[in-house]
Write a protein that binds this ligand. Structure first.
Ligand code: GLN
Length: 385
């Protein structure tokens, strides 16, 4: 829509409605099976729901403390210690957020200034780039190979200059399911050494990792930990994405800046859920089996998909699987995804929206965080295409 203020009114002239809103909206309208936006179609643990209810009945219904309920921050610090033998101070280094996306937005807006460069690997989750642009920063995109999704660290090194302010990594990686190795993390650590470049490590799928691989959290690398905002999501781990709960762990000097923004964009987040999670996450059984749980779903789905004309390499982590359709049609991925939703009643995500210049590699992303019944129905539809 034109606007009388000026032609350049928009701060994000290149941004459109998020693909997740578009595809889930279309899936609802078309009454299609929704394997597009990443969310489970099964219930979160009843015990956790009960804990939230109880917290509400017990009166935790006013503002939580700005950085989050202290008991939850403490429990998160204990989890870091148990899993990675790394210390985060709950008072000064952990902040509870309204999901991963808010934490990413806050970390970027708190630290990236006009003209600063931020290195982003494509395909990338859709919020990184617009957030950098919103604060006047310059996204420097590196398009990864569409099959291996391997990062060429020499290329990264060659792009670093005095304007580079931040690098954003995401492992396990949405949408490819690729997992960064110890060698990757060591290379990055070496490149960032003796620079003042910050790191966002988007680790929202940290527990959804397959085939006996180990999650290489940035906190395990001292040269990274000292400059990193680690972003985590309870929604991904406990099957309740609609609760929009996550956290950010970062050294005190970064957390101070993070909270300066956090207090003005949300102030604090849903209080009763924080009280409930403080109890719930102390039981590690509630997250340590997640890898096996989702690996079974991946294998169940891919086993059925063997009969299809889609080509795929099994995902190594996250609850997403990429499907290459180049043997099926020449259509671009967005048109194909739309057509599948309308005609075949199955919604997916065209991954060109995550790529540099919307590079179309003839690949769709499906979410397998679904019941076996849903996965069976989905595979039946996809095998007929
Ligand atoms: N992270 C989820 C995905 O990739 C969706 C998040 C959202 O809808 N904003 O599907």
């Amino acid at each position: 829509m034109s606007n009388f203020f000026s032609e350049n009114f928009s701060k994000l002239p290149n941004s459109k409605t998020s693909i997740f809103a578009i595809m889930s909206g279309l899936a609802n309208k078309e009454n299609a099976l929704n394997l597009s936006q990443g969310f489970p179609d099964f219930k979160s643990d009843y015990h956790l729901i009960e804990l939230v209810n109880r917290a509400m009945l017990n009166g935790y219904n006013q503002y939580a403390p700005m950085p989050g309920v202290y008991g939850l921050r403490e429990a998160i610090a204990e989890k870091f210690e148990k899993l990675y033998q790394e210390k985060y101070n709950p008072e000064t280094e952990i902040t509870i957020t309204a999901g991963g996306t808010q934490a990413i937005f806050t970390a970027i807006t708190a630290t990236v200034k006009k003209g600063d460069e931020v290195i982003i690997f494509k395909p990338a989750y859709d919020c990184y780039e617009p957030t950098v642009e919103l604060v006047g920063g310059k996204p420097i995109a590196i398009q990864l190979d569409p099959e291996s999704f391997k990062i060429n660290w020499e290329e990264v090194k060659s792009l670093i200059n005095s304007k580079t302010r931040m690098v954003i990594i995401n492992s396990p990686h949405n949408p490819s399911g690729k997992v960064l190795s110890k060698e990757d993390m060591q290379q990055l650590e070496k490149i960032l050494k003796n620079t003042n470049i910050l790191l966002i490590s988007d680790e929202v799928y940290e527990h959804i990792i397959f085939d006996s691989q180990k999650h290489e959290s940035a906190c395990l690398y001292p040269g990274l930990k000292e400059r990193t905002f680690i972003i985590a999501s309870f929604g991904k781990t406990f099957h309740n994405t609609g609760w929009k709960m996550g956290y950010c762990a970062a050294p005190a000097y970064l957390t101070t800046e993070f909270r300066k923004v956090h207090q003005f964009n949300v102030f604090s987040v849903h209080h009763p859920t924080q009280v409930a999670l403080a109890t719930y996450i102390t039981n590690e059984q509630n997250y340590l089996n997640l890898g096996n749980f989702y690996q079974q779903k991946r294998d169940f789905f891919l086993n059925l998909m063997k009969e299809s004309r889609f080509k795929f390499i099994p995902s190594k982590g996250t609850y997403f699987q990429l499907l290459n359709f180049s043997d099926i049609t020449n259509e671009n991925d967005f048109d194909f995804a739309k057509r599948l939703t309308i005609e075949n009643k199955i919604a997916t995500i065209p991954i060109s929206v995550f790529n540099e210049q919307n590079l179309d590699t003839k690949v769709l992303r499906v979410c397998f965080a679904k019941t076996e019944e849903t996965l069976q129905k989905a595979a039946e539809i996809l095998c007929k295409i």
